[in-house]
Design a protein around this ligand. Sequence first.
Ligand code: 5RP
Length: 222
Amino acid sequence: MNQDQLKESVAKAALDYIQPKLSEDSVIGVGTGSTANYFIDALATIKTSFDGAVASSEATAERLKAHGIPVYELNSVSYLEFYVDGADETNDQLELIKGGGGALTREKIVAAVANEFVCIIDDSKMVNILGEFPLPIEVLPMARSFVAREIVKIGGDPVYREGFVTDNGNIILDVHNMDLSAPITVEQRINQITGVVTNGLFAYRPADVVLMGTAEGVKTLK
Ligand code: 5RP
């Protein structure tokens, strides 16, 4: 199986995982990226059995709507049973790096609201220690240089993601070579820097379950 086939298989497994708990009133939080796209396509096959979705990005909203799945503003929804999304890295504590696609802030907000965060990955994303993948940070544009200098002070090498603007109108710094062996501490430390919107560590609120596509089948990590 290639990586795309693993992503598709784990997206279908996520559908099987959530389907028994869905009712016609259910609204599902949906993530961003290629794995989430496979999930959206799978979700479309059961679109009459739930109410709609909250999207973590404009791209996801477009894909949901193209399938005829109603998309709600998060502020109009009081309860999300599930948030389903991919990740760039996962460790065995189900802590994540996300934001390779630049949607980390909305992803973190929707994940925070959801009762259960179901993370879907292929097995290339599983690591012992987070940080091989550069950590994305969403930053207000006028704070870019200041935040970059502050990141250097705490041991990271920030790289400006050229030509990229988030759905919120901000910029991304991708931080290389940062020690992420204490993910919750680092997540909170970076978020204290003035001008940071949020960073792509999902450790304070990790995934609740990780479904991992492997050549031997989908594994469930809790
Ligand atoms: C987007 C994300 C994605 O979940 C992450 O980048 C994984 O993407 P893919 O499923 O395409 O590998 O955090 O901001």
